[in-house]
Write a protein that binds this ligand. Structure first.
Ligand SMILES: *Cc1c(COP(=O)(O)O)cnc(C)c1O
Ligand SMILES: [Zn+2]
Length: 396
């Protein structure tokens, strides 16, 4: 089923043969999966998609799983792309779309990456999976590990939202709470992982979560009836989705689905943790660590990312942009999405809308363009931010 030709280091370019267990390249950078896409160029895959399963597995030719029976699925992907008519009218953007990722298992798009990573773990005979997570990644790993009958270990900072902690425990993972930031957490985890031979599934430290996340790009293109959007606005933490989607557009080009033009990629972060925005603004190729990250958007609380150079490369190549919003603006965005489109999204989704408003004001975006906002998780997991919005409504 799979057309993987090899894996390739995203920094030094070294090649690795498929079918083996990998974390990072010896040079310390993430590996990326490469496919032999030539047979697909004339295989009319695009046309054949119509009758397939409504999950990310409909794109199986460009996924790394070799054996059908390895697939661990809870119905992830193929989330709705919603035409935001009211919001679009208000903002004078007739072609505004919302990719509502709350429909994924465990309520966030982390399910996409973990579905593919856990499927690959099963295929490769890995039995003990670990992750450090300040939000949704832990729950997603726990769910897929449970479904696959594998063990899950989740390290979380003590201030991780309560619901994220609870879901991990209920889904059968061992949860370890660590004082301090996600960095301290990752350090504590690495000791345990090495001592007890767990497989590290943390962001970009294994090659397959990106493959699951990249399917968002295939879906957007298919759901827009084989048209490319002009701009993609994406709440960015570790960057898996940003680099994954860009990779997918490259694959589509290679298969002859699309021409040269790809969307502009816009990374959205928090003013309380904006390492990529800062590096982009000063035209650097890598990002310095953000001291004392603080934001209600737990998915964006990533002070230093191992894929920083990869994200910055994508922003540059796509002639994209990067901007940061504060918590207040995110809450405002959440409320506006709820009132105009009936969607309770997470603070990260609220940030995407707040970013769009800013880009309109700055003139980066014109109203004639087709724009896709990523609403990366369900608001129902974010009790504290929702309560804060509720308070502000009551005061008015
Ligand atoms: C993890 C997460 C993000 C950031 O995703 P990356 O692809 O790792 O940058 C954004 N929003 C939510 C809700 C998340 O859980
Ligand atoms: Zn390398």
């Amino acid at each position: 089923m799979s057309l993987v030709s090899h894996l390739e280091c995203t920094r030094c370019g070294r090649h690795f043969e498929p079918g083996k267990i990998y974390n990072l390249c010896p040079c310390g950078s993430p590996l990326s999966v490469r496919y032999n896409l030539k047979p697909l160029a004339s295989a009319h895959v695009r046309e054949r998609l119509a009758g397939r399963v409504p999950s990310l597995w409909r794109y199986r030719e460009v996924l790394p799983v070799a054996r059908e029976e390895s697939v661990v699925s809870l119905g992830e992907g193929f989330t709705p792309l919603i035409h935001a008519r009211h919001l679009g009218e208000k903002l004078k953007i007739p072609n505004l779309y919302l990719k509502d990722e709350s429909f994924n298992p465990t309520g966030s798009f982390k399910a996409r990456g973990m579905a593919v990573a856990v499927s690959m773990a099963r295929e490769l005979g890995i039995e003990k999976l670990a992750v450090s997570s300040a939000g949704n990644a832990g729950g997603a790993l726990a769910a897929y590990a449970a479904k696959a009958g594998l063990r899950a270990l989740v390290f979380m900072p003590e201030d991780t939202p309560r619901l994220n902690q609870l879901e991990c425990a209920l889904l059968g993972a061992e949860v370890v709470l660590v004082p301090g930031s996600i960095k301290d957490c990752a350090r504590a985890m690495r000791e345990r992982v090495a001592a007890e031979n767990w497989f590290d599934c943390s962001t970009l430290r294994e090659p397959y979560r990106v493959e699951g996340k990249k399917t968002m790009a295939y879906e957007v293109y298919e759901q827009l009836h084989w048209r490319m959007p002009d701009v993609i606005i994406y709440p960015t933490g570790g960057g898996t989705g940003l680099v994954g989607m860009w990779k997918a557009f490259g694959e589509m080009q290679e298969m002859g689905w699309i021409e040269q033009r790809r969307p502009k990629m816009v990374a959205v972060q928090s003013t309380g943790c904006a390492p990529i925005v800062r590096a982009f603004a000063s035209q650097k190729e890598s990002a310095d660590e953000w001291p004392e990250p603080k934001t209600i958007a737990s998915g964006l609380r990533v002070p230093s990312a191992i894929g920083d150079f990869w994200m910055l490369r994508v922003l540059h190549e796509s002639r994209g942009s990067a901007l940061a919003l504060d918590d207040r603006a995110m809450l405002g965005g959440m409320r506006e999405l709820a009132e105009t489109e009936g969607i309770l999204t997470s603070p990260e989704g609220g940030a995407a809308l707040a970013a769009l408003r800013r880009l309109l004001t700055d003139g980066y975006i014109a109203g004639v363009e087709t724009i896709v906002l990523f609403l990366t998780a369900s608001g129902y997991k974010y009790v504290e931010p929702l309560a804060a919005i509720g308070e502000s409504v009551r005061r008015e």
